[in-house]
Ligand binder design. Structure first.
Ligand SMILES: C[S@@+](CC[C@H](N)C(=O)[O-])C[C@H]1O[C@@H](n2cnc3c(N)ncnc32)[C@H](O)[C@@H]1O
Length: 332
């Protein structure tokens, strides 16, 4: 499945950048991206409306796609979950809220928290442009996560995307427990699919398993992560690039692959329990289709669907990295 940024949001992000020369957008994005790579947070990296505009053109399609894919993976295992309230923490331009509302249009109450006023202004503008009433009427909390804790509501769906990487590592476990206390249904973290994003996701995983939260996805088990370092668990989402998106990043091709990692916890146990999840590319050869599965026993197994088993082969040829698997395919 692919998750292109909705047309109204693409148009609104292009509109926000309309008064800025294309060369200036590309220059701004290059310097924002350098600041992020140096480990600076958005508070330093994004400090003007022009910088928000560059960020939106360069990054929003990819973060929207990654959050959408993560929410879909969780909802596949909780098909009856249909939240009516949403709390988007470190919301930035409300990317995760737009992804959640695309999947669950019945969400009627939205709270967005962020410390960066330029991002919150953009969230207002994009909310108006989207025509989605729940975002237009959302409650905006301009605060840091730490100081807003008591004024935050609980919500059936709590999301935090691409922000753990900006928090102090030593505080993540405590913050994860606190964030969990605000979720009455599902909590989702999404992070860049980098070793650092993975490391931070693992801190949340350990902390919330200890809290007794039900781990929904991606892991089909609560044992220690079997991914052997220096490998790290992540997935990728392919998304289309518009002309402005391409120009903002100085890119040539009209698509990009966004690496991401996510973690979903629920209050209730799963409705469907997968046997495993595909944690590698699905490789097609003359002999068959090969892939690695992280199993319910907490182990990684290389599996193959041989070409001679036509039914399984045809099914696994269509399978993708990140898919849940509900039955053993075959051994060799
Ligand atoms: C990379 S942006 C991601 C924004 C958005 N969640 C998305 O996926 O597009 C990280 C966001 O986290 C916010 N942030 C970082 N530390 C924060 C804190 N301690 N309290 C509140 N917001 C914070 C930043 O202001 C920024 O908007």
């Amino acid at each position: 499945m692919s998750f292109p940024l909705p047309a109204a949001l693409t148009a609104a992000t292009e509109n926000l950048a309309s008064g800025i020369r294309q060369s200036e957008i590309a220059k701004r994005w290059a310097s924002i991206s350098a600041r992020y790579r140096e480990g600076k947070g958005s508070q330093v990296a994004i400090a003007s409306p022009d910088e928000v505009a560059a960020y939106l053109l360069a990054r929003m399609p990819a973060t929207f796609a990654a959050v959408s894919a993560s929410l879909c993976a969780a909802s596949e295992l909780m098909p009856s979950f249909s939240p009516s309230s949403l709390l988007d923490l470190c919301a930035g331009p409300a990317t995760a809220s737009f992804a959640a509302l695309s999947l669950w249009p019945g969400i009627s109450s939205v709270t967005l928290l962020d410390t960066n006023p330029f991002f919150l202004d953009a969230a207002h503008v994009l909310g108006d442009a989207s025509g989605i009433a729940a975002i237009r009427q959302a409650k905006f909390v301009h605060s840091t996560l730490g100081s807003a804790r008591s004024e935050l509501p609980s919500a059936e769906l709590v999301v935090m995307s691409y922000a753990l990487v900006e928090l102090n590592t030593a505080e993540i476990a405590t913050l994860a427990r606190h964030i969990w206390s605000h979720s009455t249904g599902l909590l989702l973290f999404v992070e860049p699919g980098t070793p650092e994003g993975f490391r931070r996701i693992l801190i949340c995983r350990d902390a919330l398993i200890k809290e007794g939260a039900h781990l929904v996805a991606p892991c089909p088990h609560v044992a220690s992560c079997p991914m052997p370092p220096p490998a790290w668990c992540h997935f990728t989402e392919r998304l289309p690039r518009s002309r402005r998106h391409r120009l903002a990043k100085g890119a040539q091709v009209n698509f990009e692959d966004e690496p991401y990692i996510y973690l979903a916890f629920a209050r209730k146990g799963l409705e469907l329990r997968p046997r495993g999840r595909i944690v590698s590319r699905v490789r097609v050869s003359k002999a068959g289709v090969r892939f690695t599965v992280c199993g319910e026993d907490g182990r990684l197994t290389d599996e193959m669907a041989p070409r001679r088993d036509r039914g399984i082969y045809a099914k696994m040829r269509r399978a993708e990295w990140g898919d849940a698997s509900f039955s053993r395919q075959t051994g060799e």
